[in-house]
Structures are given as C-alpha cells and as structure tokens.
Ligand binder design. Structure first.
Ligand code: ZN
Length: 421
C-alpha cells in the first residue's frame, strides 16, 4: 500500500491544523481552571467525535491537596476524553496527550502571536499542537483503513486534563489502557532541536506538614515551638541530599506557614520535588527523608509527610529500543533525523513504561519555551510530525513495519462493547 496519498492529504490539512491549534490554545485550560478545562473538553469532543462517535468524557476522582495551613482538601480535576476503535484488533496502539496547561486562569500569558514560521502562545507546544498532530495522524490512518479495508490495527485515545500535576486523577485510566494496548504514542513536544526524549527521570512531590506550638511572641516566647524554624532546618537538610545519589535532585520549592509577627508560628509546610534515575533509589530516598523529619520530631515538632513516588523513571527496554528505531527509520524516510536523548522531565510515558507499555512520548510538535511566556511551536512541524505518526500507524496496520511487540501479551476485551468503526 503506497503511503503517498495519505501523507499528501496531511499536507493539505496544514491550514486546518494551524486553525485548530490556535482555537484550542485560545481556550485557557490551566489544570485547576475547571471552567476552561470543561470548554476545552467539549471542543475536543466535538472534533474527535468524527473519529469515534463513542467519544466519552470520563470523570476522574478528586485528589487530596495539602493547603498552606497544612490541612488536606479535596480538589476536582477535569475529565479524560476517551475513544476506542477496533478494540478486538490484534495490533493495538494507545495514543495519548494532555489538554491541561501550566498557565492558570490568572496568567498574563493568554494571547497568541503568529508569523510565517512560529506560533507563540500558552500550550501551543505543550501540548495542544500535539493533540492536533495526533488527530490528523489518526484521520490519515482511518482514510487508509477506509480505502484498504485493512482493520488489523485498533487504537485507544486518552486526552487527560491533569498531566501538568502528575496525572493523579487519570493515572488509573492510563494503567487500564496500558494493559489492552501493545504500544504507546504520546504527543508531548519534541525537544527544541527536534530530538525525541529517551530515558526519563522519575519524579515525586512531597509536602511535609510541621506542627509546633503557638505562643505570644512577647509574653510566652519560651512556651512556643517554632514550626517555621523546624521547616527551615528540614529544608536545609533536604537540600544537602543533592549529590548523594547519582542523577537525583531535591528541589525544596516552597515553604508555607506562619502568621502574625507577634506569634510563635505553630504551622509550616515544606514542599519539594525529587527527580531520580533509578527506581531502586526510592526506598533509600524515602528513608533519608524520614530521618530528617524524625530529627525535628525529637524537638517537639510533629512532622507528617504527604506525597509518594508516583512517577517512576522511564528506562529504554529492548522493545522500546525497537520502537524508537522504527520511529527513527520512518523519520529518516521522511527526511527527518530523529535521535533521542535522556531528559529530566517526566510525562505519562513514565507511567506507561512502568506498566510495561513500550512507548515513544515526544511525537508532538517541535517547539520550545514550554512552561514559560515564550512558549512557541514551529508551524512546519505540525504536518511534519503528523506525517511521521501516520507513517508509523499505516506501517503497522499494513504490515510494512514490523509490529514491535516483543513478547508482550495484551488483554482482550471481555465485554461485547461494539467496535466504533
Ligand atoms: Zn506536556
């Protein structure tokens, strides 16, 4: 089956792709901005509905968050747009990316600017451009399926709204999808050079709630136990852990707490992010943190740790290496040099890899300045990366590309759920 017509069709979609990414990026969808998230979810459902009429918005459970006063509150998250097509197909691919951004409703970075080469705006690269790439690549695949009658490749799509905070609500859906698919394609932006991400570090967030004893700063200072002072000691000692494990970093990002200046503060929250390269270090890091919090407990400050190792490091196993090789070869045939290199950033690819699903996670647009007010995407990468994904999908469907499954077995659906095309 020649790919030419399907890839040519993608080229013809350039203006539509730009219009879609501009429209979606104009909808402010910071993770906690639920009104914006809801508008974005509906806009996505409207567009993806043509691919699979059963596109559904799946509610995710609320998450516990530690407030500045140390109390835990429940916070709602946006839904996951979930689509499934040909669930009984022998070869099945999960395509996923997030539609939340790091920019809150109050962000100053709300407007779009475009010239001949670039589109600048919130979420254009991370990851609304990626959603457009995913959509157009799948539409190209479905054009191939319609024309060839070849239904050997099925797919799942998950678009989640909580990736920027570590996917605490959507992780279960990712784990379930990992079990029923043979490989994963994620549409995080490629690195600015156009390279793909290979290994990724793991990431964990912790919130350490310190409770001391309040007292009048003038009359009864000696009766108080200062939680801020304890939190500061904790922060300094955690910072000193940097360098203990190769590749592991400890970023004490924030301390909340305290109150009036004439009061000994009885509350403080130390918040930190840990990045690490080996899952084997998790237990050692956890016990180092426990040792540090125990020290302040001995001084009369109670310290309760919230958080966990939720995003394990992503390693490149043999199947993932074969998948990356296929991506590289397919890219090469399209005139792209696609190398990959390790990164400290994390994404849902970490989670899928931990579930045993081989995946490539940077198939989105080329761009840069992500998580800043300089975020941009390179316009020509919209069709370029959609062609790459379509080439892979049609290649696996048609058998021109080896299905790089290795020995992994995938779950077959048990329900009588109807195929959507
Ligand atoms: Zn992202």
């Amino acid at each position: 089956m020649p790919w030419g017509p399907f890839l040519d069709w993608i080229d013809s979609q350039r203006d539509r792709m730009i219009a879609l990414v501009e429209y979606w990026a104009s909808i402010s969808s910071g993770t906690y901005h639920l009104a914006g998230i809801s508008r974005m979810a509906e806009a996505l459902r409207a567009e993806f509905g043509s691919l699979a009429p059963a596109a559904e918005l799946v509610t995710v459970p609320p998450i516990a968050q530690v407030n500045p006063d140390g109390e835990v509150a429940w916070v709602s998250l946006g839904p996951v747009l979930s689509l499934r097509c040909r669930p009984r197909a022998r070869k099945r691919v999960l395509l996923a990316i997030h539609y939340d951004t790091v920019y809150p409703e109050t962000s100053d970075f709300q407007t779009l600017r475009r010239d001949q080469q670039y589109l600048l705006g919130p979420g254009v690269a991370d990851a609304k451009g990626g959603i457009v790439v995913l959509l157009i690549a799948l539409q190209a695949l479905e054009r191939y399926v319609l024309q060839s009658g070849d239904t050997t490749l099925g797919w799942d799509v998950l678009l989640n709204a909580d990736e920027e905070i570590g996917s605490p609500g959507s992780c279960k859906l990712f784990e379930e999808a990992a079990a029923r698919n043979g490989l994963g394609l994620l549409y995080e932006p490629a690195l600015p050079s156009g390279e793909l991400a290979g290994e990724r570090k793991g990431s964990a967030n912790f919130h350490l709630v310190c409770r001391g004893k309040s007292a009048h700063a003038g009359r009864h200072f000696d009766e108080g136990i200062n939680a801020i002072a304890a939190a500061s000691r904790i922060a300094v000692q955690i910072h000193a852990l940097n360098g203990r494990w190769p590749g592991a970093t400890f970023n004490v990002a924030r301390i909340d707490g305290g109150g009036p200046l004439n009061m000994v503060p009885d509350n403080a929250v130390v918040r930190l992010n840990v990045r690490y390269t080996h899952a084997a270090h998790e237990a050692e890091i956890a016990s180092a943190l426990a040792e540090i919090t125990n020290l302040v407990s001995a001084e009369g400050v109670s310290c309760l740790t919230h958080g966990a190792f939720t995003t394990p490091p992503k390693q490149i196993d043999a199947t993932t290496a074969r998948l990356l090789a296929q991506v590289k070869e397919s890219g090469h045939s399209l005139g792209l040099e696609l190398n990959h290199r390790p990164t400290g950033g994390v994404c849902d690819g970490n989670r899928l890899a931990a579930c045993g699903l081989p995946n490539v996670d940077t198939l989105g647009v080329r761009g840069g300045g992500i998580h800043s007010s300089d975020e941009f995407l390179v316009l020509e990468s919209l069709t370029e990366r959609a062609r790459l994904s379509a080439k892979l999908l049609i290649g696996w469907a048609s058998g021109e590309l080896e299905w790089p499954l290795g020995t992994r077995s995938i779950e077959q659906p048990t329900s009588q759920r109807e195929e959507t095309s």
